[in-house]
Every structure is written in C-alpha cells, then in structure tokens.
Design a protein around this ligand. Structure first.
Ligand code: AHG
Ligand code: MN
Ligand code: MN
Length: 312
C-alpha cells in the first residue's frame, strides 16, 4: 500500500498521472506548461515594440512574438520528446529536433499579438501529434492532446489528452493546480463571439446570423483574442464563437493547424462542437502547414444552426 499522503491540491502532473496519460505524453505536457510560465514572464517583462521582422503570413512581429517562439522551441528541444514542430510564427516548414522522438508539436506561441499593447488577455496554443507518419495528410482528430494557456489577470492552462478537458491555474509558487476538471459545454447559448465580422459585407448569410443573435438578445463577449474568447465559453459551459470566410479573409482568418485544430479538440472533448460549415474541424485534411479554415465552435445545437444558415 502506498504511503503517499492524500494530496491537498491536485497538480497538473498529478492529474495527468491519475488520468492514465502515458509517461512520455505527461512529460511533454509538463514541459509545455513550463514553456508557458516563461512566456507569461516574458509578457510581463519584455519591451512591447515591434521586432522589425514579419512572419510567414507577412504580419509584423512583436519582440514578444519572436521571444515566445524561441522560448517554446527551447523547451521542446530540451524535452527530448519532440521529433518535429511547426510554429505559426515560422510556418513555412516542419522543423526537426530529435529524429527518433515520439511527438510532433504544432503551436502558436503568442496568439492575439494585436492585443498586447492594450493589455488585453492573450494566449499560447498547442497541438500534439504522434511523430509516426507524415503530418500533412493527417487530420486534427489525430491529435493525441491539445492545450492552451491564457495570460490574463491570472494564468490558466487547459489541456485534453482524450479524457475530458481540464483547467489549471498558476498558483503563487508557480505550479499549475487544478481549477476545474471536466469542463462541460451545455447545449446553451447566452453569449456570442463573432470574429471576422467584416465578412458580413460579402457573405449575406453571416449578416442574417448576426441579426438573429441581436434579435434573440444574446450578450456579446468578444475581445478579439481567440484564446480568451473560447476560454470564456469553456469556463461558462455555453456560447458560440465564429470566424468565417469573406471580405479580407476568404477562408476566415484562423489557421487550421495552430489555432482551430487544437481548439476543436478541446471543445469536442468538453462536449461542444466545431465545424467549418460542412464538417467537424477535426475531420479536415491537413494539406498545408499554413492553411486557414472558417470556424464555428461552441454549443452543439448552435454550431449546427450557424452552419445550416451559412450554407443557405
Ligand atoms: P494573431 O494570431 O495574428 O495574433 O491573430 C489573432 C486572431 C485570433 O486570436 C482572433 O480570434 C482573431 O485574430 C481576431 O480576428 P478579427 O479581427 O477578425 O476579429
Ligand atoms: Mn494566432
Ligand atoms: Mn501568433
């Protein structure tokens, strides 16, 4: 019989262990969590200006974008568990770290760059795949785990390794401690978060959707950061988030690999749904590292309704 005392708090490591996550995946998730602590420290302490460079999407990079990317890469390298990675900040190619290692990691080290100067919440997003087989040709459903960190007044980490979606907060001594296990989406919508709203100009069905939400008296909860905006729904257990195609972004603004895929995994593990208008985001073939997709994500029934209206 074990003489371990019953824990007075449940750490991320403990939760992973008790959930039966494999040792290798548990180590990797812990390593990524540590990267997140360094990123949150960088957010508090780094000069907020432009780095003078642009990423592969041609977007200006902040010093913080470049630094967060470096921090995550360093931690992935140190873990010795990552064969390959692709980052939103340099998404032109899959890069190799340790050839025989078991995992491929895709990530957006800092999502919501345009919110940094206004001091709104931002985040980091990760998807973990097996390193076996080519990444191109897989689907987000093949992820073994997904996680994000949201850097707001508190730092919160949410992960799923295929057994529910669970939230942890960074406590006063720097450890991720269980905040809420099994986040659960009800089939309910009180709030809406309509991204790429400029699309209403050339996608009339999106305007129809907006009008419905206005008429139904829903509350707008939209910060312009995918991480806090979807986190809000997961924590409240209700809501709908969209970033659909039209206008400046014909296929929506968000990327399948780095942004939509991980969130679709976390949302479906919490009992919610995701769609590109036709099928689950988890069932889209990954054909390009930087491919974009429209996304409708949140409470099941509402995801269905929005997809139907957008198809009409
Ligand atoms: P980035 O990765 O360049 O920081 O972009 C942030 C994303 C995402 O977080 C958010 O949901 C979306 O941009 C906002 O787009 P809209 O301007 O269309 O609302
Ligand atoms: Mn992003
Ligand atoms: Mn980014």
């Amino acid at each position: 019989m074990s003489s371990c005392p019953l824990p007075s708090r449940i750490s991320l490591n403990n939760h992973l262990f008790e959930s039966g996550v494999s040792d290798e995946l548990r180590h990797l998730i812990n390593d990524i969590a540590r990267a997140g602590k360094y990123v949150q420290n960088a957010i508090r302490t780094t000069d907020l200006g432009l780095a003078g460079s642009s990423n592969t999407f041609g977007e200006d990079q902040l010093k913080l974008d470049v630094l967060s990317n470096r921090i995550v890469k360093e931690e992935l390298c140190e873990s010795r568990l990552v064969c390959c990675f692709a980052s939103e900040e340099e998404s032109d190619q899959l890069q190799e770290l340790v050839p025989d290692a078991p995992f491929t990691v895709v990530f957006d080290p800092l999502d919501g760059s345009s919110l940094v100067d206004s001091n709104l919440a931002i985040g980091s997003i990760f998807g973990i795949y097996s390193a076996q087989g080519k990444l191109l040709g897989k689907k987000p459903r093949d992820q073994m785990a997904a996680m994000y960190l949201v850097y707001g007044p508190r730092t919160i980490l949410v992960y799923s390794a295929g057994k529910g979606t669970h939230a942890f907060y960074l406590n006063e001594v720097g450890e991720f401690t269980l905040l809420q296990k099994n986040l659960t989406m009800r089939d309910e919508v009180k709030t809406y978060a309509p991204g790429n709203l400029r699309a209403v100009v050339d996608t009339p069905a999106y305007r129809t959707m907006m009008d419905l939400w206005l008429d139904e008296g829903l509350t707008l909860r939209y910060s312009g950061g995918m991480v806090p905006d979807i986190h809000h729904m997961l924590i409240k257990g209700a809501g709908i988030f969209t970033n659909i195609g039209g206008s400046k972004y014909p296929k929506g603004k968000l990327r399948l690999l780095y942004e939509c895929g991980p969130f679709a995994y976390l949302m479906e593990q919490a009992g919610g749904a995701s769609s590109d208008g036709e099928k689950s985001i988890l069932d889209i073939d990954i054909v390009d590292l930087d491919q974009r997709t429209p996304i409708i994500i949140g409470a099941r029934g509402e995801v269905k309704r929005v997809a139907k209206i957008l198809r009409s």
